[in-house]
Design a binder for this molecule. Structure first.
Ligand code: UGA
Length: 436
């Protein structure tokens, strides 16, 4: 099949590379000429495990092309829209980029095209798109089809998630459109047709927000329980085993920490709150989830402050982990970055290390003058008084004890609960996790 993907961010680039892997001919379109030049030189704008390999192979075999040209993109009658929909100041999703795409399509779109929205878009957007084309192209022979196909991949495991989805949501109001979607996904894996859940366009749009809001709720819930755990002297690892072994609860998204960040949860919660307000509903749960999340940094900071008191200002801190989660260089809405911003004016110096996000973090934090960045995690520990772990990269969980032993105050503040407290305590290293 000949497929066009508009947008070369996490969703668009991964979708394009995976469809090309399945043997389709894919054209990926982006308005930014610089991105397209880089992509044509096989330089990806994002770090994502296994993506480079996949892009290289399909590009060399001529099944994946990158272009700025909507004329070229519209030669194909299957078009996925994967552009970003960031938050506006008022919390509503900003559809500027999506609207630009629609305007660029008008001139070239072919009769019979199916337009599939993969971007996370506010409920009602696909109907808006339908009306838009009805107004702009009045010819009924155009027979355009519309589909909402929200994406559930996670950064850091995007390729794996795309190729092994738990479900594929297809919101489409025409049988012909549903058939095309079934064919596309079955080409990735013949069992995928069993994973498809068909529904109305509106349910598909709301499903995506509901899934993200539920996951965010789980995280804020465990963060609240972790605070109780700290107060009463329980252990979140043990509580997680209790919760996770109940299939009604599920064993994922139960890790207490600094709170959720990234380009999706905060944005999607804000969009859901604004949707509720539009319908005069009270966003009580979602508001609380958001507030709890925003207060988690202060809770963690208070632990550090309580330990050091006034002497905090003389401390040389080592901090590991800057991306919003492991296996990505994405620092958007990263809690680790927010923590550095909060700590920087209160301490003498911060020595920072992230396995891949140092460069992006250095740009973001360039106005703070007491930071030093290190490519090697152990070099960042030199002369440090304490260590803070802010993102749960796997490599941190296997840190060598003899290196940690050199911390002057022999204390670790582990905001992601990745280290083994008992083992550290054997070596007289004080351990402060979240809820353990
Ligand atoms: C999230 C969803 O998980 C995807 O299903 C969805 O497709 C995506 O948003 C999106 O809407 O595009 P993502 O933001 O990439 O994916 O990352 P997650 O793995 O969900 O993590 C989000 C945040 O929650 C991270 O800051 C992470 O550290 C935090 N988190 C996650 C916790 O604090 N505790 C946990 O137990 C799990």
């Amino acid at each position: 099949m000949n497929i066009t993907i508009i947008g070369t961010g996490y969703v668009g680039l991964v979708a394009g590379a995976c469809f090309a892997k399945a043997g389709h001919n894919v054209i990926s379109i982006d308005k930014n000429p610089e991105i397209i030049t880089h992509l044509n030189n096989l330089k990806l704008p994002i770090f994502e495990p296994n993506l480079q390999k996949l892009v290289n192979k399909s590009f060399k075999e001529n099944r994946l092309k990158f272009s700025n040209s909507y004329k070229e993109g519209c030669k194909n009658k299957i078009i996925f829209i994967c552009v970003d929909t960031p938050s506006k100041e008022n919390g509503k999703a900003d559809l500027t980029n999506l609207k630009k795409v629609l305007n660029s399509l008008i001139k070239y779109i072919k009769p019979g095209t199916i337009l599939i929205t993969k971007s996370t878009v506010p409920v009602g957007t696909n109907n808006f798109i339908k009306e838009f084309f009805k107004k702009k192209i009045s010819n009924p022979a155009m027979n355009l089809k519309f589909c909402s196909n929200p994406e559930f991949l996670r950064e850091g495991s995007a390729v794996k998630d795309f190729l092994k989805p738990e479900r594929i949501i297809i919101g489409c109001d025409s049988p012909a459109g549903r058939n095309i979607m079934k064919k596309i996904y079955s080409s990735l894996d013949k069992n995928f047709s069993k994973k498809i859940i068909y529904m109305s366009i509106t349910s598909a749009e709301l499903s995506k927000y509901a899934a993200n809001a539920f996951l965010a709720t789980k995280i804020s819930f465990v963060n609240e329980i972790a605070k109780i755990s700290d107060s009463v002297g329980a252990n979140m690892h043990e509580i997680k085993m209790t919760l996770g072994s109940d299939s009604r609860i599920g064993n994922q998204f139960l890790d207490a920490g600094l709170g959720f960040g990234g380009s999706c949860f905060p944005k999607d919660l804000k969009a859901l709150i604004s949707l509720e307000k539009k319908f005069k509903l009270e966003p009580s749960i979602i508001n609380s989830v958001f507030e709890l999340n925003n207060s988690q940094i202060n809770y963690f900071y208070a632990k550090i402050k309580k330990f050091y008191g006034q002497s905090l200002k003389n401390k040389n801190i080592c901090l590991w982990g800057l991306s919003f989660k492991p296996n990505t260089d994405d620092i958007r809405e990263s809690m680790a970055i927010q923590l550095v911003k909060k700590l920087s004016p209160k301490v003498k110096n911060i020595r920072l290390h992230d396995p891949v996000a140092n460069n992006k973090a250095e740009t973001e934090l360039c106005l703070l003058n007491n930071l030093e960045f290190f490519d090697d995690m152990y070099s960042a520990l030199d002369n440090a008084d304490c260590l803070i772990i802010a993102t749960e990269w796997e490599i941190f969980s296997t840190a060598k004890i003899n290196k940690l032993y050199g911390l002057k105050d022999r204390i670790i503040f582990d905001a992601r609960n990745v280290l083994d407290a008992k083992q550290l305590e054997k070596y007289n290293i004080i351990y402060k996790g979240i809820g353990c």
